[in-house]
Design a protein around this ligand. Structure first.
Ligand SMILES: *Cc1c(COP(=O)(O)O)cnc(C)c1O
Length: 408
């Protein structure tokens, strides 16, 4: 038997069934009308935000990285919980606008912004995190044509990365941001061109569970921002310190020690370099805010044996939960937290492999896990499904189409 990932704390059973937001999953499936289904819990998201507010220094603003989960009702709920929104495309700009979010709260990072996306963002008053000098030129030209002073921040490609992070986004040659040594020159140019320079965006990595590594990166980020401000001869109005707070997905993963991160950042703020005395700080988080608030539910359509091994074949799969199948940025496949949702408090009595309905050996939701005996019609829950699920999976593969989504 292979271990399953840790089920996030706080999920309980009602009448033996997994419950989310006080509702049994079978009732939620009836409400949604079908499986496969993503369910996101408002309470869990609000609880997470409250934990962050309690642990982090009060002067650090909290941004939501929309790419983690752009579901409309979830964005609307976020609008009242976080301070800012980070988007990565014109499509996400349309989504936040549709959710009624004020574009003044939005910043836009991401390589390869088209002219039409730059124009939409500049007209709306969104802050652009510039990814290159060429993008800066295009933004200034478009702003000139629109006769507005664009809100421009500079995304810095730092000369360090977030240690132990699942996805490195800084250090060495990268398609993201502008190499640190070229940033002061660009800032001077933006100021000379009459742009509304908003400061720096420095994102060094993702999915770190080690508080010390995050604290070290935040300290390096503050030092880098101060150095660049000094060289540019201008105080940045804002510094986005990045994020990178991870969640436990796999066996042996332990939750991030949030209070240690908060204390270290508080200590940094106590001895802030003078170049940053008037600067506002924010962090941007995706999965840490929503990942553990989401559950993917899929129904067992077949139970079969092959060479003595039990296969539970479900109506879902990697086309909705690419990450759980091990095909989204992981090198070695390990099991996510998975359970038989309608037998949530039943003891383990067999080893089974949970697969999706796609005709590919990649489509595996749990490999040789220990489960209560499951039958056709039972519901499988994949946890940690609130981030990089529905919108980060190839829903059209094999003509399957998207899962239903529900915020409760
Ligand atoms: C993807 C991304 C995030 C969110 O990462 P999480 O690991 O979900 O917190 C934040 N900022 C930038 C620039 C990103 O590319």
């Amino acid at each position: 038997m292979k271990p399953l990932g840790p089920i996030p704390a706080g999920f309980v059973a009602i009448d033996g069934e997994l419950a989310i937001g006080g509702h049994k999953v079978s009732d939620l499936v009836v409400q949604a009308g079908r499986t496969p289904l993503f369910i996101y819990s408002r309470d869990r998201i609000a609880g997470r935000v409250a934990e962050l507010r309690a642990a982090l220094p009060a002067q650090v603003a909290l941004n939501y990285a929309v790419k983690a989960n752009p579901f409309g009702p979830l964005l609307q709920a976020m609008a009242g919980l976080v301070d800012g929104f980070d988007i990565a495309s014109g499509g996400e700009l349309a989504m936040v606008t549709a959710a009624g979010i004020d574009p003044a709260r939005v910043s836009f990072a991401g390589p390869g912004k088209r002219d039409s996306e730059l124009e939409a963002a500049i007209s709306a008053g969104v802050t652009l995190n510039l990814e290159s000098e060429g993008e800066a030129d295009r933004a200034l030209t478009i702003a000139g044509r629109l006769d507005v002073s664009p809100r421009l921040a500079v995304r810095v490609n730092p000369d360090f990365d977030l240690k132990g992070s699942g996805m490195k986004m800084g250090g060495g040659a990268k398609p993201f941001g502008i190499d640190a040594e070229r940033v002061p020159t660009l800032v001077k140019r933006l100021l000379a061109a009459g742009a509304d320079w908003r400061g720096f965006h420095i994102f060094a990595g993702s999915q770190a569970l080690d508080a010390a590594a995050i604290a070290e990166t935040q300290a390096e980020t503050i030092a880098l921002a101060a150095r660049l401000a000094d060289e540019a001869g201008a105080q940045p109005p804002k510094v986005n310190l990045g994020g990178g707070f991870g969640i436990p997905y796999f066996p042996g993963d332990l939750p991030l020690d949030l209070s240690a991160v908060g204390e270290a950042l508080g200590a940094q703020f106590q001895r802030l370099p003078t170049e940053l005395a008037g600067t506002g700080f924010c962090i941007e988080l995706g999965r840490y805010l929503v990942g553990e608030a989401g559950v993917y539910l899929t129904r067992v359509v077949d139970r079969k044996l092959s060479h003595g091994e039990v296969y539970l074949v479900t109506d879902g799969g990697l086309h909705h939960q690419l990450a759980a199948s091990g095909n989204f940025g992981t090198v070695v496949r390990r099991n996510y937290p998975v359970a038989i949702a309608n037998r949530f408090d039943a003891p383990v009595d067999e080893e089974a492999t949970v697969v999706g309905c796609l005709c590919t050996p990649l489509d595996r939701l749990a490999d040789k896990g220990g489960f209560p005996r499951a039958e056709v019609g039972d519901l499988v829950a994949v946890f940690c499904a609130g981030a990089y699920g529905a919108s980060a999976s190839p829903a059209m593969f094999l003509g399957q189409g998207p899962a239903a989504e529900l915020l409760v």
